[in-house]
Write a protein that binds this ligand. Structure first.
Ligand code: GRF
Length: 209
């Protein structure tokens, strides 16, 4: 697989650690970042994984960037492309090119709180539960069929930082899990429906209150 990042790369680290421990049967062929100083690049180098920087500021249009990104990813011939904190919106052509093999993780119980500042928004709403979602990517931002969610209970004394920390722990559990299902050939998506071992995955199961 190829992992796309923009920042710290703690999700990338969870994937690397599980692959190393033998619980995730995958090979990370490359880590690509649009941010030259992303700390995740350092994590990849330490794990002897190929790194590439493709800075969006070097391109005049979104579609030029997407085309270059697609070419770069395809050089590694991945079976799966994983967005792990990649802070760029991808165009429809690229998304369709990787249909059914492009995953994202989002720090909320989708369909709630698409976009940014999810922890602040959950707290401001008085949400009882919050969490993270792994989903296949489709053209809409933070949309796309849900593979797995991890929920946490919101505590009365939570700050955005404390909530984020617990959500991150869920992320580091559910992203490797979803990738393992995919690598084992147990996961599929068609017509917007995700199947695991032949059973339909719930699409809004955890976002109840
Ligand atoms: C995570 O919260 C993820 O859900 C979101 O971006 C953040 C990336 O964190 N898409 P990290 O770089 O993996 O630490």
């Amino acid at each position: 697989m190829v992992v796309l990042i923009s920042g710290s790369g703690t999700n990338l680290q969870a994937i690397i650690d599980d692959a190393r421990a033998g619980t995730l049967p995958i090979e990370v062929r490359a880590v690509i970042s649009n941010e030259p100083n992303a700390y995740g690049l350092e994590r990849a180098r330490k794990a002897h994984i190929a790194t590439r920087i493709l800075d969006h500021r070097d391109f005049s249009t979104r579609s030029d960037y997407d085309r270059a990104l697609e070419r770069l990813i395809d050089r590694f011939d991945p079976g799966l492309v994983v967005l792990a904190g990649f802070m760029r919106i991808l165009g429809q052509e690229l998304v369709e090119h990787y249909a059914g093999r492009l995953m994202n993780i989002h720090p909320s119980l989708l369909p709630r709180y698409k976009g940014l500042h999810t922890h602040e928004r959950a707290l401001a709403d008085g949400a009882k539960h919050h969490g993270a979602t792994v989903h296949f990517v489709t053209a809409g931002v933070d949309e796309g069929p849900i593979i797995v969610q991890g929920a946490v209970a919101v505590r009365p004394d939570d700050t955005p930082a404390s909530l984020q920390e617990r959500v991150h722990r869920q992320e580091h559990r559910i992203y490797p899990l979803a990738i393992r299902w995919f690598a084992e050939g147990r996961l599929s998506v068609s017509d917007g429906k995700v199947m695991l071992d032949g059973a339909l995955r719930p699409q809004q199961g955890l976002a109840t209150s």
